[in-house]
Structures are given as C-alpha cells and as structure tokens.
Design a protein around this ligand. Structure first.
Ligand code: NAP
Length: 304
C-alpha cells in the first residue's frame, strides 16, 4: 500500500514539523511548494502555484493522505491587499486540491485541512466544536475556509478539518517572538491579560494529524488544541518562570497597538484577543496528550 503523504504548503512551521514526524513513523513525505522543486532530508519538494492544476497533481494519485497547510500568514498588517491574499491563498488551495482529488483514479484515503480556532472570535466562554462563531475579519476567514473545504463531497476520501490552536514548537511559530520579548525582560502581561491562549505542544498536534490519518472513524471538524487553555497573564508568567526571568512590566493595550503597528508590523488583535477552547471531540475519542501542563510543555521546548 502507498504510504506517501502529501503536505501542501508544508514548507512552513507546522508542515516541516509534521514532515519530520511522519518520516519517523515510516511515511514518505512530499511537500507542495511555490518554491523550486528539490530534495532535502529525504523529502521531495514539488512545485505548484497553490491555485491551478498542474503536473504536481500526479503526486496525489494513490497517496495515503493530503494535509493542506497553505495560506498567507495572518501575522501581518490587515491592509486590504493582505486581507485579500489571506483569503485567496486559502480558498484557492482548497479548491484546486479538491479538483486534483476528484480527478484521481485512486484518490487518497483522507484529506486533512488546517483551520483555526480563531473561528470562535474573542471569547472567555469555553468553546467546544459546537460553540457559536465570533465576529470580525479572522472569523470571516475561517468560515470561508471551512465552507470551501466542505463545499464539494469527495466520495472516496475522508475529510477532516483541524481547528488549530496556538501551537508551541521549536524554530518558529508564535512562541518565538514571545521568547525574544521575555529574554529582554519584556515578557509581561499583554493588554488586560484576561484573553485566553488555547495552546498545544507541537508533538501533540503531530499526533492529532497522525490520528486523523490513521483512524478511519474520524471525519468532520475537530478542535486541535490542548485540554488546559490559560489566560495571557498566566501564559506570560509561566514563560518567565521557565526562562528564569523575574517580574516584567505589563504592556498596556495602547502600547500593544503602537508596538504592533510600528514595530512588529502586525495586527494588534493577534495579541489582544483570544479564546478558551477545549478539544472535546479528540477527548471523546480517547486521545491522550503528552503535554497538558503549560510549564512542563515550555520546559520541554525551551530547556531540553
Ligand atoms: N502555527 C499555528 O500555531 C497555527 C494556528 C492555527 C492555524 N494555523 C494555520 O495552519 C496553516 C499552517 O501554519 P504555519 O504556521 O505552518 O504557516 P506558515 O509557516 O506561514 O506556512 C504556510 C505555508 O503556506 C505557503 N504560503 C504562504 N503564503 C502563500 C500564498 N500567498 N499563497 C500560497 N501559499 C502560500 C508557504 O509555502 P511556500 O512558500 O513553500 O509555497 C508557507 O510555507 C496556516 O494556514 C495557518 O493559518 C497555524
């Protein structure tokens, strides 16, 4: 049986981590990238444009699974141009992958789409998969993304969408800038500090992807986050503790706005809003977490 897994947009933070993990599990990994075709560390990078059918579609024929990570990073200023690209890159890739799967003689067993917990907006309420959606640009992105993914049925391919939380890993992701701030003694509470961070360790996220690939009973939408979300205040306190940094000044909301626009060149909502999500369906399916405690998860990533 073909054990190839195709990671569309797999050259980024989550894709690279999953690629290494899947290789260790014995799978062959192919990454679809807008960059040049090449081979690196046993992974074949195949060129695509993320929007139109091409030779790359042959990679999907007879593969075990596709995971789609494609999308312009949301870590940017929300100008009209950036907003359009954030949406377009996600919808185009979903649509063209659906086309590619539909034209396969032997379609993959499962197609897994990366989504986001941002669909719940900015809320302190506990959010299982059933919780109401929030409002605002990020919510609109997630809704369009999910609608596009489930728009067309794939008769022979199971479809799973993981609404991913704040993934903590090495070499990139959202943790890196926070570690940098903390190392300069600037790792204080951000804004009110009441906003939730639904975090999970990258190892657990990789296991969730593997579960979605291997468990033929799983389909539909899943919250892919840890079982113990924390407030920003608690997160920053724990980060400082693990990094052996003492007290650090709070960053009041107006300063976050100024810093986000002028220094970080990103939208302040990424730091000031949050959500309190639970991976209800994974828990119901008996998923066990390697890292459910924030302090030990950070210790594992930063001190080991
Ligand atoms: N990291 C997290 O904690 C997190 C949380 C929730 C949701 N997510 C979602 O999960 C997905 C993967 O996250 P990530 O952190 O791995 O993102 P990432 O590092 O930014 O990687 C995304 C990949 O998408 C491709 N891409 C970027 N801009 C594109 C564009 N305009 N058109 C087509 N392709 C484009 C790039 O691949 P090439 O340049 O090789 O083509 C890039 O490597 C994203 O959709 C993200 O929104 C991530």
């Amino acid at each position: 049986m073909n054990q190839t897994i195709v990671l569309a947009g797999g050259s980024g933070f989550l894709g690279k981590a999953l690629a290494t993990f899947l290789q260790q599990k014995g799978y062959t990994v192919v990454i679809l990238t807008r960059g040049l075709a090449h081979m690196n560390e046993g992974i074949r990078y195949v060129h695509w444009d993320g929007a139109t059918l091409g030779d790359w579609a042959k990679e999907i024929e007879g593969s075990k699974a596709i995971v789609n990570f494609t999308g312009k990073s949301v870590n940017c200023l929300y100008t009209k141009k950036n907003r359009e690209e954030i949406i377009r890159s996600r919808l185009d890739s979903v649509q063209v992958l659906t086309e590619a799967i539909r034209s396969c003689e032997h379609p993959p067993d499962v197609c897994i789409q990366a989504g986001s917990l941002a669909i719940f907006g900015d809320t302190r309420q506990v959010c299982t998969e059933e919780a109401p959606h929030g409002s605002g640009f990020s919510v609109e992105v997630c809704e369009k993304w999910e609608e596009a993914f489930f728009a067309r049925e794939l008769p022979q391919t199971r479809m799973v969408l993981l609404r991913i939380g704040f993934a903590l890993g090495k070499n990139g992701g959202a943790l890196e800038p926070l570690v940098k701030l903390a190392s300069y003694h600037l790792g204080g509470t951000v804004g009110s500090g009441d906003q939730y961070i639904s975090w999970l360790h990258i190892d657990d996220l990789n296991h969730m992807f593997l579960t979605a690939i291997q468990n033929e009973q799983l389909s539909g939408i899943f919250n892919a986050t840890g079982p113990q979300p924390v407030t920003n205040k608690e997160f920053m306190y724990t980060l400082r503790k693990v990094m052996n940094k003492g007290w650090a000044p709070k960053t009041p909301t107006p300063l976050v706005w100024i810093g986000a626009y002028l220094i970080m060149r990103t939208d302040p909502s990424l730091a000031l809003s949050g959500r309190n999500c639970i991976p209800q369906k994974f828990l119901d399916n008996g998923f066990t977490f390697l890292h459910s405690n924030l302090e030990t998860a950070l210790h594992d990533l930063l001190r080991s």
